[in-house]
Design a protein around this ligand. Structure first.
Ligand code: ATP
Length: 194
């Protein structure tokens, strides 16, 4: 059996904030690997700014290069849209019956977690590791004290993909927020006018 932390995101594009979280959990002894699950499209986000799947995937690969505990997972590309986390988790469980999956979520996601599809089933069947986010409302007490949810004190890098996309469009220097190779990839593939 292998223990795997799942970090879901559109990674549009992947930035150092994402990578810091992935690295932080890759050092946790409870997890042998951390998979960055690249989502094709969130039902709550606008489509027009989403970089093509293969480009986002290529940039995640560049970012994780160098940490053998980090892997990329493209399973959501093959699932019907919209991708609800419970469906992706069930799919992964079926496909990798020998792996044990833990969900990695930001505190902002846990605040509204009880609105997620089949959230009780997720809580029953999976461990959830939560990291802090600066702008986050209070966590409902039933989730704060839940036995399957563990809260971690990961340090945060305040950067968002939205800001990076805006910076790229305005020709600002955004390389300092990006993992090695990602800035060059965006420029070489003319992905700066999003
Ligand atoms: P956008 O700005 O396009 O909405 P995002 O970076 O917030 O992008 P995703 O790529 O889907 O969105 O991020 C994956 C997960 O990482 C999300 O749950 C998101 O909340 C979280 N995340 C985003 N930025 C950071 C950061 N700086 N530090 C830690 N977690 C982050």
């Amino acid at each position: 059996m292998k223990t795997v932390g799942l970090f879901f995101g559109t990674f549009n594009p992947i930035h150092l904030g994402h990578l810091a979280i992935a690295n932080f959990f890759s050092e946790n002894k409870a997890l042998q690997e951390v998979w960055l699950v690249v989502s094709p499209q969130s039902p709550f986000k606008q489509k027009q700014t989403l970089i093509e799947n293969h480009h986002r995937l290529a940039m995640v690969k560049l970012a994780i290069n160098g940490n053998p505990k980090l892997k990329v997972c493209t399973e959501e590309f093959n699932l019907p849209s919209p991708n609800y986390t419970i469906d992706s988790l069930q799919h992964l469980k079926k496909k990798y019956p020998n792996d044990q999956f833990t969900l990695i979520l930001g505190q902002d996601n846990i605040v509204h977690f009880d609105r997620w599809k089949s959230y009780e089933q997720i809580l029953d069947q999976f461990q959830i590791f939560v990291y802090p986010r600066s702008k986050s409302d209070e966590i409902p007490s039933k989730l704060l004290n839940h036995p399957n949810i563990t809260y971690f004190d990961a340090s945060l890098l305040e950067v968002s993909a939205t800001e990076i996309r805006k910076g790229l469009k305005q020709n600002e220097v955004v390389a300092k927020w990006l993992p090695n190779g990602v800035d060059a990839y965006l420029k070489n593939n003319t992905l700066t006018d999003l």
